[in-house]
Design a protein around this ligand. Structure first.
Ligand code: PEP
Ligand code: MN
Length: 371
């Protein structure tokens, strides 16, 4: 189902200088001097449109730096006056919205820890009713696209037209090199569901470390994201929050220079011909994949019948372990990433279990999580 929201196209947004719409600034506003100096240096980078700084910081543990609060709103106003950059900050309740609007803040974003909560998002949306301000909604920390869309809808219903989403990755129990899992299929699905919604990527919070910022930014551009939000600080190592993922404005400039901007589409008939032919090949392979999965499920069902007749449990972890090892080795030798092998085979295994459950329970669909 495709959702049509009344949005203003990003190229008509105040401050738009071309793709990507670039937002940068420190994770947190710490001192007036740090804010002003970072902003001055960022203003020299042509591509930067909007200066960000968190002033109310949702921190995981108490006793961390929780932001300067209202006094920093003046600093943001000064940034705007002195540099001409637009300014934005995070809001996490209605009071934040009212305070930020008093100081003429151009963009408000709803953070990942807030977009998980429909009550709070609604409270913020109500405070925004009838206001013409730019609002960006970060994905909730859990990979739940409906929750993300729900938060966007609430804001859109308040009449906000310059509305966008920010993809900042998802929390995961598993330890990986990135701080948050990108799960790129979620923003891709978001684009399919709300085609006219501008989508930004926040490589800083996905990466958690500055060394990955470039590769994530490039990937976002190749997926045709509309904008990027990258954290920067005049002295990143001394930052009071998110030190490892911030870069200096000079480093940001250098990163931007290395990004390659490709065309989102083409109308060259020769290119379209070649692409059309290749896409037909892809469709054929997708059909093969579906046929194969269907046949694999038929075998799984036979196994289910056998296990039922002999009263054996569905999950045989030694066998599952053996499958994972085997496909990992084989998949790697075919140049496939561990991530894709893991995702595909976990999904296939889950589907086999579901089919076997149905057999065991006389055709009744039993959800494994209810057992
Ligand atoms: C931030 O942008 O500094 C922030 C707190 O982000 P998130 O809500 O993505 O964690
Ligand atoms: Mn941060």
């Amino acid at each position: 189902m495709v959702l049509k929201l009344e949005t203003t196209q990003i190229k008509d947004w105040k401050g738009y200088k071309g793709r990507p719409f670039l937002i940068s600034g420190p994770c947190s506003a710490e001192t007036e001097e740090q804010v002003m100096e970072t902003a001055r240096q960022l203003a020299k980078i042509n591509q930067v449109s909007l200066f960000r700084a968190g002033i109310w910081k949702p921190r995981t543990r108490p006793n961390s730096f929780e932001g300067i609060g209202i006094p920093a709103l003046k600093w943001l106003r000064n940034v705007k006056q002195e540099t001409g950059l637009l300014v934005g900050t995070e809001v996490a309740n209605e009071k934040h919205v009212y305070e930020a609007l008093k100081y003429g803040i151009d963009m408000l974003w709803i953070g990942a820890r807030t977009s998980v909560n429909p009550f709070t998002v609604q409270e913020i949306a109500d405070a925004l009713n009838g206001v013409d301000v730019m609002v960006l909604v970060k994905n909730p920390i859990n990979p739940d696209i409906e929750l993300w869309i729900g938060a966007i809808e609430r804001v859109a219903r308040a009449g906000i037209k310059r509305i966008g989403a920010i993809h900042r990755g998802f929390s995961s129990y598993e330890k990986t090199s990135y701080r948050n899992q990108p799960n790129w299929q979620l923003p891709i699905e978001l684009r399919r569901r709300i085609p006219n919604l501008p989508i930004f990527c926040d490589p800083s919070h996905i990466a958690g470390a500055r060394e990955y910022l470039h590769e994530i930014s490039q990937k976002a551009l190749d997926l045709n994201f509309d904008g990027l939000m990258l954290e920067s600080h005049i002295n990143p190592d001394k930052a009071l929050s998110d030190a490892a993922q911030q870069v200096t404005p000079d480093e940001l400039n250098e990163l931007l220079c290395r990004l390659i901007l490709r065309n989102p589409s083409t109308d060259d008939p020769r290119l379209l011909d070649v692409l059309g032919e290749l896409r037909q090949q892809i469709d054929v392979f997708d059909d093969h994949l579906l046929d194969l999965i269907e046949r694999r499920m038929q075998v799984a069902e036979k196994i289910g019948e056998y296990k039922k007749a002999n009263s054996i449990t569905i999950l045989q972890s030694a066998r599952w372990d053996e499958i994972v090892r085997r496909v990992m080795i084989k998949g790697r030798s075919k140049g496939l990433s561990e991530e894709i092998i893991d995702t595909i085979f976990k999904a296939i295994h889950q589907e086999s279990i579901n089919h076997q459950m149905r057999i065991m329970n006389n055709g009744v669909d039993v959800k494994p999580e209810n057992i």
